[in-house]
Design a protein around this ligand. Structure first.
Ligand code: NAD
Length: 462
């Protein structure tokens, strides 16, 4: 272990110990015992933020970016240590991506019509205090990304984070408030409670001062938010299929798919969760996956053992989510070298390790008789989530037909899934992809209200 690594580990331990000691009363900035107090504090901060100039808001955001970069390793280690999910190098990259590519105030734009009857503007104004529910799979990434966008739109935010990632979430929220204070902004731009529960979530969702709720998580939370009677942005589950046709560069497809699938041990909701390949390329694709891309080809018996380990009668075994391929194989008594990063096998689309959204590096391959069959199977596997899908093909007609049939918020062509987050692809980053409610990749403008400002018969100077 290098001196640097030891230092970071010591800092993480110290911070974790402090956060443990702080369970009551909590000193971390933005953290309250009571959800009502958290909302009241965020409301006061929002009134302050709304009076600040756009330039001042941007200065706070710049400082958030700086502190996120500085704390990327600590947040990454903390997230892995607390949740047991994902891996440190990829979580560092995710934080750097959030710091660099989450849109700020430049996303807040104005539309103008000018003519004989005057001047009309459409301005993007804040909702006020936004309630946000965040997952344990990308805890601090989502909290920081949401706060940058919401703040750029003139809002403040109250989080009800996943309890399994509470320490990491509190650390991120404290950091965001410190960034604001250092840049001349108010405290409590982001708030939360020490013990988030379904009860605190319900208080938040029914509070009169919360006009918009952004939910990032599985189907349960999105349904809860959309039933709350408030406006909801629902960023729900996915099960992204990667389709490979006979025109693809098969060797590159194997590399791209395995890179995307194994990123942060498959935790991102956009990551490749299964492959659908046309019959003529299956052998070649699996050959490259196994010989060049660190995939372990599991036997039928091992696949069955994985089913029994990974899935329980109540759903996913949480102890398997976000674990490495090596750790998953160790759970079924198989020891593999360190270069193994993914588990693969061939199966029918209905196979539980293929049809379920697993969030672990297990990549089942479904064989299709031709392209049309592959599209049908991939659409079935996406389960109507309309979230993400991927394709490896050089046939534009195929790509177009697939895009129309699967109709997802994200469709990556000939690249790893993370290209959709701006990592090796063009475009901005977000960790809240509003698949269910249709906003798609959220950014600052998603968290604003449109307002029409009309000046009749004046200010047109053409
Ligand atoms: P999860 O659904 O278990 O939890 C997400 C959040 O919702 C947590 O804060 C949890 O406490 C809360 N929650 C769950 N049920 C609730 C209910 N009935 N009422 C109120 N709050 C509730 O998900 P997770 O395991 O933390 O994250 C993984 C899931 O999230 C996957 O399905 C993944 O696809 C999805 N996800 C989607 C996006 C996206 O942008 N669309 C991003 C990340 C994760």
């Amino acid at each position: 272990m290098s001196v640097n690594e030891q230092l970071v580990q010591d800092v993480v331990k110290e911070v974790m110990a402090k956060l443990q000691l702080q369970s009551a009363p909590v000193k971390a900035k933005g953290v309250f015992e009571d959800m009502n107090d958290a909302i009241a504090a965020a409301k006061k901060a929002q009134q302050y933020i709304h009076r600040m100039s756009m330039d001042q808001r941007e200065q706070i955001i710049s400082n958030i970016r700086k502190k996120t970069r500085e704390n990327a390793e600590i947040l990454a280690r903390m997230g892995v240590e607390e949740t047991g999910m994902g891996n440190v190098p990829h979580k560092i990259l995710k934080h750097q991506l959030v710091a660099e590519k989450t849109p700020g105030t430049e996303d807040i734009t104005t539309t103008a019509w000018s003519g004989d009857r005057g001047l009309t503007l459409i301005e993007m104004g804040p909702f006020g205090v936004i309630g946000a529910i965040t997952p344990c799979t990308n805890p601090s990434e989502t909290i920081i990304c949401n706060t940058i966008g919401m703040l750029a739109g003139g809002n403040t935010v109250v989080f009800n984070p996943h309890p399994a990632a509470i320490k990491t979430s509190l650390y991120a929220i404290n950091m965001l408030n410190e960034a604001s204070l250092e840049a001349g902004g108010p405290e409590n731009i982001a708030c939360t409670v020490t013990k988030p529960t379904l009860e605190t979530s319900n208080i938040m969702m029914s509070h009169k001062d919360i006009q918009l709720i952004a939910a990032t998580g599985g189907p349960g939370v999105v349904t809860a938010v959309l039933s709350s009677g408030r406006r909801g942005i629902g960023a729900g589950a996915g099960n992204p299929p990667a389709l490979v046709d006979e025109t693809a560069d098969i060797r590159k497809a194997a590399e791209d798919i395995v890179n995307g699938c194994t990123f942060d041990n498959n935790l991102p909701c956009i990551a490749e969760k299964e492959i659908v390949a046309v019959d003529s390329v299956v052998s070649e694709l699996m050959h490259y996956m196994v010989t060049e891309q660190g995939c372990y080809l599991a036997s039928d018996e091992e696949v069955q053992k994985l089913v029994n380990t990974v899935l329980t009668p109540k759903g996913l075994n949480r102890k398997c989510v976000g674990r490495s391929a090596k750790a998953l194989l160790a759970m079924i008594g198989v020891d593999v070298p360190d270069n193994i990063r993914c588990i693969t096998f061939e199966g029918e689309k209905e196979h539980p390790l293929i049809a379920e959204e697993l969030m672990m590096p297990i990549l089942g391959v479904v064989r299709a008789k031709d392209f049309e069959d592959a599209v049908e199977k991939a659409v079935w596997l996406e389960h109507g989530n309309r979230h993400s899908a991927h394709i490896h093909s050089k046939n534009i007609d195929h790509i177009t037909a697939y895009a129309k049939a699967i109709d997802t918020a994200i469709l990556v062509k000939n690249a790893p899934s993370y290209a959709a987050l701006g990592f090796g692809g063009e475009g901005f980053c977000t960790f809240t992809i509003a698949s269910r409610t249709g906003e798609g990749l959220t950014s600052a403008s998603t968290f604003t209200k449109r307002r029409r400002c009309v000046m009749s018969d004046s200010l047109c100077i053409r």
